[in-house]
Ligand binder design. Structure first.
Ligand code: KIV
Ligand code: ZN
Length: 515
């Protein structure tokens, strides 16, 4: 059997901390459960000291995930961070504290404003403090790839002596090229006493588009853990994409000789879930999970694939869980069949949410001749998104056309009360948003608006994603319906509900960065 490479997922930390990807605790928990189904070995749930919201999210993941991955929390090499990380992680079945400090000359000089000796001291103190809480301690010398080799060896050796069990080597700014990054890992493997006792890990950013290649080189040089994110999200150009790393190792096991514990059939669903939570879609040509990743347009390719898929397909869509566009249920299907199909698609709902989704499914069957898996997923997502909402859409009416003033009236249920307002605008969507602003008293500034058809056909459901600024926060909302104005209103209301659920400003406040 091929040796296993540990998959350390940092979607909820390095991914989530980048602009446009923020998630609330409920969303993080939902994604964490899916990451556990995917089979990641370690899940970095957040950076507890960064904000109250981060702390609560890490705590919730640590408390609620059972029988799954190791749960890690990030901490700078400071007592306050390590104590806070432990406070959030202590309920986890298998907690890990991940502590880090920058080691490159440029970071020391301009960011930390301290000497190499002070960094060494802080490293030892941080690892020891973390060790006082848990046996599982990971240490990262931030910006390792641009760190002087000699100094890097000293820091890593000191961290191991202090008790670190995983040494992670980050290419924080994505500066390395594969053979150079591989050499750096090899150098540490050959020179640092005690390195054979720890797991060496690679953490590559994608500024030059080389994060996956650099991580694979690290594996070749001896790393046995790779850090990555779903869809490659993360700071700037992102982190190494989990799906690309895992499928490279799986598809080229013949050459590379390694595998992972990932259930690859869950990859597509995980990618889609992240897209739906954050409202940020991957580009169509994205490897493994993009809309075109398994599409064969050219006639010659189609012919080859039909004769034998391997002519143009190096892996099958099924192996990463891409669903076939299948006609599923019709207006005569009962609740049982509906529930069973959802289970086959990996969706579990509470009885209450199931009931609501079923009512909408029946209504959809009256509007749409053919209902596909994609319709079902969009509808259920809408239902799940609106669960527990403060503002519920009860009624929407609008007029539009040439040479008339577009107007809209919305009726919302807000707690026990019903509020009705009307607005006018430069189109029915604008009018509906103005009416919603009046009814909720949460005026939003629309930053982005996207619409897509869930399936083919003129009667397809429309799925709208909006990014808005509300109460000083950037928020994403999604909604779907066969009526695109209704889908637009639902998306906007979904954003308002998310802001209402968040409360506070959600802002992250990190104390100063000196060790
Ligand atoms: O990129 C980086 O250096 C990091 C560390 C905190 C591991 O994310
Ligand atoms: Zn990073």
């Amino acid at each position: 059997m091929a040796e296993r490479i540990l998959i350390f997922d940092t979607t909820l930390r390095d991914g989530e901390q980048s602009p446009g990807y923020s998630m609330n605790t409920r969303e993080k928990l939902e994604l964490a459960r899916q990451l556990a189904r995917l089979g990641v070995d370690i899940m970095e749930a957040g950076f507890p000291v960064a904000s109250e919201d981060d702390f609560e999210a890490v705590k919730a993941v640590a408390q609620q995930l059972r029988g799954g991955p190791i749960i890690a929390g990030l901490a700078r090499a400071k007592d306050i961070d390590i104590d806070r990380a432990w406070e959030a992680l202590k309920h986890a079945e298998r907690p890990r504290i991940h502590t880090f400090i920058a080691t490159s000359e440029i970071h020391l000089k301009y960011k930390l404003k301290c000497s190499p000796e002070e960094v060494l001291e802080a490293t030892v103190a941080a690892v020891k403090r973390a060790k006082g809480y848990t046996a599982d301690v990971e240490f990262s010398p931030e910006d390792a790839h641009r760190t002087d080799q000699e100094f890097l060896c000293r820091v890593v050796e000191a961290a191991i002596k202090a008790g670190a069990t995983t040494i992670n080597i980050p290419d924080t700014v994505g500066y390395g090229v594969p053979w150079e990054f591989g050499e750096r890992i090899r150098n540490l493997m050959n020179r640092v006493p005690g390195i054979e006792r720890v797991v060496v890990s690679a953490h590559c950013h994608n500024d030059l588009g080389l994060a996956v290649a650099n991580s694979l080189e690290a594996v070749r040089a001896g790393a046995r853990q790779v850090e990555c994110t779903i869809n490659g999200i993360g700071e700037r150009a992102g982190n190494a994409a989990l799906e690309e790393l895992v499928m490279s190792l799986r598809t080229r096991r013949d050459f590379l000789g390694f595998d992972t514990n990932i259930r690859t059939e869950e990859i597509y669903r995980t990618s889609k879930l992240l897209q739906s939570i954050t409202g940020v879609n991957v580009q169509p040509n994205k490897a493994i999970v993009g809309g075109n990743a398994f599409a064969h347009e050219a006639g010659i390719h189609q012919h080859g694939v039909l004769q034998k898929p391997m002519t143009y397909e190096i892996m099958t869509p099924e192996s990463v869980g891409v669903p076939k566009s299948r006609l599923i249920l019709g207006k005569h299907s009962g609740r049982h069949a509906f529930k069973k199909r959802l289970a086959e698609l990996g969706v579990e709902l509470t009885e209450e949410d199931l009931g609501k989704a079923f009512v909408r499914f029946k209504a959809l069957c009256d509007l749409k001749k053919e209902v596909f898996d994609e319709d079902l997923l969009a509808l259920v997502e809408d239902e799940v998104l609106s669960a527990g909402e403060t503002y519920a859409l009860e009624h929407l009416q609008f007029t539009g056309g040439t040479n008339i003033i577009p107007t809209a009236t919305v009726r919302l249920r807000i707690g026990g009360e019903v509020v009705q307002e009307s607005g006018w605008g430069d189109g029915p969507v604008d009018a509906a948003y103005k009416a919603i602003d009046l009814a909720t008293k949460i005026p939003g500034k629309l930053l982005e608006y996207q619409i897509r058809a869930v399936t083919a056909g003129k009667d397809a459901m429309g799925e709208v994603t909006v990014v808005a600024e509300m109460n000083g926060q950037r928020v994403v909302g999604r909604g779907s319906s066969t009526d695109v104005i209704e889908a637009s209103a639902r998306a906007y209301l979904n954003a308002i509900n998310r802001v209402a659920a968040r409360g506070g400003s959600g802002a992250r406040t990190l104390p100063d960065t000196t060790p």
